[in-house]
Design a protein around this ligand. Structure first.
Ligand SMILES: [Fe+2]
Ligand SMILES: [Fe+2]
Length: 225
């Protein structure tokens, strides 16, 4: 459920929607290495601003995992950076036994959250990459998304005044329901249940989350970045 306090984040997302450039090729190589074939097909069908957002969220999560900031460190060495975040560097960070301090300490903390939840680091990255996949279903541009979000914030997204049966109301309803649509697609694609669950729950209130709350916080903080 979105709140008025989400407006700064939503405004940033709107501005991001105005840039229709695709993710960088090295980012796409990194993503391809993380996703299953079926997830990749869903990812490829997403609008470019949504794919860039997904990459940004996953990059922030990778940073929390101690895998480095791909955007900063890999700009001049694209493919090497993609491989690092998808595999070796995450694995190295996970293998350490010393919590360390600062960023290392945070990576150690997140590692223990994952161990306690019996989840692989890559599952968390796939949650980040696929959480908004259901938006594809609505085929709404930036202004349509603003309208859908304002209607939701005003509590009017279920109003019969929207003209039930019109194409616009259909698209607005699909946008409102994109989390559950995304979850259905991911289950059909054979994704790990945690990936589908996060697509479904990522806009729910924290007391409705069924994944471990600490890991959900990592994902929501990354989504807000
Ligand atoms: Fe979302
Ligand atoms: Fe998002």
């Amino acid at each position: 459920m979105r709140r008025w306090s989400d407006l700064p984040h939503l405004a940033r997302r709107f501005l991001g929607q105005l840039d229709s450039s695709p993710p960088a090729s090295w980012e796409l190589s990194w993503v391809r290495g993380l996703l299953s074939d079926a997830e990749w097909n869903l990812f490829e069908a997403m609008a470019d601003p949504d794919r860039r957002h997904a990459v940004a969220v996953a990059t922030a999560v990778a940073d929390e995992l101690g895998a480095g900031r791909t955007g900063d460190t890999v700009a001049g060495d694209a493919m090497a950076g993609g491989a690092m975040v998808g595999g070796a560097m995450v694995g190295d960070a996970m293998a350490g036994g010393d919590p360390g301090t600062g960023h290392e300490g945070r990576a150690f903390e997140v590692r223990h959250m994952l161990e306690a939840a019996d989840l692989e680091a890559e599952i968390l990255l796939r949650c980040a990459l696929m959480h908004d996949v259901g938006k594809t279903d609505a085929r709404l541009g930036p202004m349509g998304r603003v309208a859908a979000t304002l209607l939701e914030l005003a509590g009017l997204d279920h109003s019969p005044r929207l003209g039930a049966g019109s194409e616009l109301s259909d698209r607005l309803a699909r946008y409102r329901d994109y989390p559950s649509t995304g979850a259905q697609w991911l289950r059909s694609a054979g994704s790990p249940e945690a990936v589908a669950v996060w697509a479904e729950e990522h806009h729910m209130d924290p007391d409705q989350w069924t994944l471990p709350a600490e890991l959900c916080r990592v994902l929501t903080d990354a989504d807000d970045c």
